[in-house]
Design a protein around this ligand. Structure first.
Ligand SMILES: *[C@@H]1O[C@H](CO)[C@@H](O)[C@H](O)[C@H]1NC(C)=O
Ligand SMILES: *[C@@H]1O[C@H](CO)[C@@H](O)[C@H](O)[C@H]1NC(C)=O
Ligand SMILES: *[C@@H]1O[C@H](CO)[C@@H](O)[C@H](O)[C@H]1NC(C)=O
Ligand SMILES: *[C@@H]1O[C@H](CO)[C@@H](O)[C@H](O)[C@H]1NC(C)=O
Ligand SMILES: *[C@@H]1O[C@H](CO)[C@@H](O)[C@H](O)[C@H]1NC(C)=O
Ligand SMILES: *[C@@H]1O[C@H](CO)[C@@H](O)[C@H](O)[C@H]1NC(C)=O
Length: 559
């Protein structure tokens, strides 16, 4: 009887509330580089991602801590993809409520493997009604791409408990930047001997091996310890990124004859192609040459995606990892965005994706960016943090140069406006901020997660279009650090121990002695030149905790 009395109340509440639209996300202005063209046709189709509430993401965060802190009894006990999915798989009533709310025939498909993100196609007219918004067509000046976006959208109050966000209605994120730049030493002739180039300035693999004490090759014979390398092709117009097989062969012959002939595997997403016609940029060349060429005999897979949406690109890589029977042990990405390119909900959602792959034992490495404290902006009043590096579940890699090592001026670093400082980092960021006092007060969030975490060489020689050329950027640093971790993993596997997985709790505690602190250098800031952060003793937002020291890391790990 009690049920009968309750039922009408619930129904009434539902029907009243379902008419109430609540503003869900909005942007105050269209970022520079985007221009409004006009109104789209009402019948034009738009593809939307609907992110559903992940029922136990806080539980997964706790489990990740338990398997990542070296002192924990569960250290290294990684989860399978199926186990991870249990934490994020949406509740059945979320799926049915959202499916029933969408227009008839919209038939959402699962986008993420656990089904927590759905993909749905709607006409502009349908979406405008559903979300009480008005779409416009915009172009992005850098590539002339047209996109349909709105300044805000609403959701019925009954959907608030099921939906985290709908993307890309208010997303004006430009495609991820490829930090790699040709340097002033562009297109030198092929050296006749690999002794020709000294290691004091621009470096090549033998220098990296010497600086960091890296072994020439692996000893475990493991094929499951492999590096994933992210590659992104927005479209042909903005220049693709490809890894050229002939250039890799030349590079290894020249600089790593002991592993000449090594290659890499390809995973091609969304119809991407690894073109071999010299039409590509330098990023793919660096990322492949400084993984295959440093992590001697560790297998490398180039995960090349074709997508013109920044959020989609990062998610494509996450979804790829989540669907691998054998996920990579290390995954390196030399692309990034300004944190403010994303709404907080989409940045959090991508970051929670990194939490999921971290729980599977994947070390996620990201270049920290090539714009110092301000993403190269001058006359700014606030520093500019970069994402994904500000996500706590990734390890971001800044740049250093010369010997003795100095932090690189354009090494990206700072503090997040979205993610608060994690427990494993709080003592380090507060020590650093204590050391600078009031300097830069108001220009950054002192309670934010600090980045980068670590650093390595930023300027190296590669082979491009058959010739040796030098390139610079944290684009070079991230694959080098990834190779270091892969070689450490190889020794762990040989010793019968688990791979390193989520690195930060280790690196900020017992693993710290496996890195060499970088204490000199300053980064670029809002007033130009070196007006950004200072490197110093201990962690700093230019060089993080420091550069690799393989023998010391092996000792720190007790192997
Ligand atoms: C829909 O949006 C418009 C413009 O923002 C607003 O005036 C109106 O009240 C909204 N409608 C509902 C039902 O919330
Ligand atoms: C969420 O995950 C934690 C950690 O595994 C677990 O203890 C808890 O029972 C889970 N909660 C729910 C509601 O499943
Ligand atoms: C949503 O955006 C439209 C178009 O820019 C604007 O007119 C409206 O006031 C906005 N509504 C809210 C609630 O911000
Ligand atoms: C690495 O290989 C080079 C030859 O390519 C050799 O001279 C060097 O001793 C090797 N280093 C180690 C640590 O085995
Ligand atoms: C990109 O260009 C290549 C070669 O010119 C072509 O084969 C490919 O179809 C193009 N891809 C797209 C998506 O336009
Ligand atoms: C920065 O501001 C100064 C003074 O207002 C101006 O002279 C200079 O051109 C500005 N620089 C940039 C890069 O906007």
């Amino acid at each position: 009887m009690a049920l009968f009395r309750l039922l009408p109340v619930v129904l009434l509440a539902t029907s009243v509330l379902s008419n109430t639209l609540i503003l869900h996300e909005s942007v105050s202005h269209v970022p520079s580089g985007f221009e409004v063209l006009g109104s789209p046709s009402p019948t034009q189709e738009i593809e939307l991602l609907v992110a559903l509430v992940q029922p136990n993401i806080t539980g997964l965060a706790k489990v990740l801590d338990a398997i990542s802190f070296p002192s924990s009894p569960s250290y290294g006990k990684y989860l399978t993809a199926a186990e991870v999915a249990e934490y994020v798989k949406p509740a059945a009533d979320s799926v049915s409520a959202v499916t029933n709310w969408l227009p008839n025939g919209a038939s959402p498909k699962t986008f993420s493997p656990a089904g927590d993100i759905l993909k749905v196609s709607l006409t502009v007219e349908q979406a405008e009604e559903l979300f009480n918004t008005t779409f416009k067509t915009y172009t992005y000046s850098a590539n002339g791409k047209e996109m349909i976006r709105a300044m805000n959208y609403s959701l019925p109050s009954t959907m608030q408990q099921h939906i985290l966000y709908v993307h890309p209605i208010v997303s004006f994120a430009p495609p991820p930047q490829r930090p790699a730049q040709n340097t002033a030493y562009k297109r030198r002739a092929t050296p006749k001997s690999r002794q020709l180039v000294p290691c004091e300035d621009i470096v090549h693999p033998a220098c990296i091996q010497e600086f960091y004490g890296l072994p020439n090759t692996t000893i475990s014979g493991s094929t499951s310890n492999y590096i994933g390398v992210a590659g992104y092709n927005v479209d042909n117009a903005s220049g693709g990124e490809y890894a050229n097989n002939a250039d890799l062969a030349t590079f290894l012959n020249e600089f790593r004859p002991d592993i000449a002939g090594n290659t890499f595997s390809l995973a091609l997403l969304n119809g991407a192609e690894n073109l071999q016609d010299d039409s590509g940029g330098l990023e793919g060349q660096i990322d492949i040459q400084y993984t295959v060429g440093i992590a001697g005999n560790v297998p490398v897979t180039y995960v090349l995606d074709l997508n013109d949406d920044a959020v989609g690109e990062y998610m494509d890589a996450i979804n790829w990892i989540l669907t691998q029977d054998t996920p990579p042990t290390v995954f390196t990405t030399s692309y990034g965005n300004e944190e403010s390119d994303f709404t907080q909900s989409t940045a959090t959602s991508i970051c929670n994706g990194y939490m999921q792959v971290a729980a599977m034992g994947v070390s996620m490495l990201f270049a920290s960016g090539d714009g110092g404290a301000s993403d190269k902006q001058t006359n700014c009043t606030e520093f500019v943090p970069m994402f994904p590096p500000t996500c706590p579940y990734v390890t971001s890699v800044g740049g250093t140069f010369f010997q003795p090592t100095t932090a690189f001026t354009f090494s990206g670093g700072g503090f997040s406006n979205y993610f608060s400082v994690p427990s494993w980092q709080a003592a380090d960021t507060s020590a650093y901020l204590g050391s600078i006092g009031d300097e830069f007060a108001g220009m950054y969030n002192p309670d934010g997660r600090g980045f980068p975490d670590v650093a390595s060489e930023w300027e190296v020689y590669i082979v491009n279009e058959g010739g040796v050329t030098s390139v610079g950027g944290t684009s070079c640093a991230s694959p080098i650090f990834a190779s270091f971790i892969a070689l450490v993993n190889d020794r762990l596997i040989a010793a019968g121990k688990p791979v390193l997985g989520f690195l930060n709790p280790l690196l900020y505690s017992t693993g710290r002695t496996g890195l060499d602190d970088v204490t000199t250098g300053q980064s670029f800031g809002c007033s130009g030149s070196t007006s950004g952060w200072n490197a110093g003793t201990g962690w700093d937002p230019v060089s993080g905790l420091g550069t690799p020291n393989f023998p010391a890391m092996i000792e720190a790990l007790g192997i």
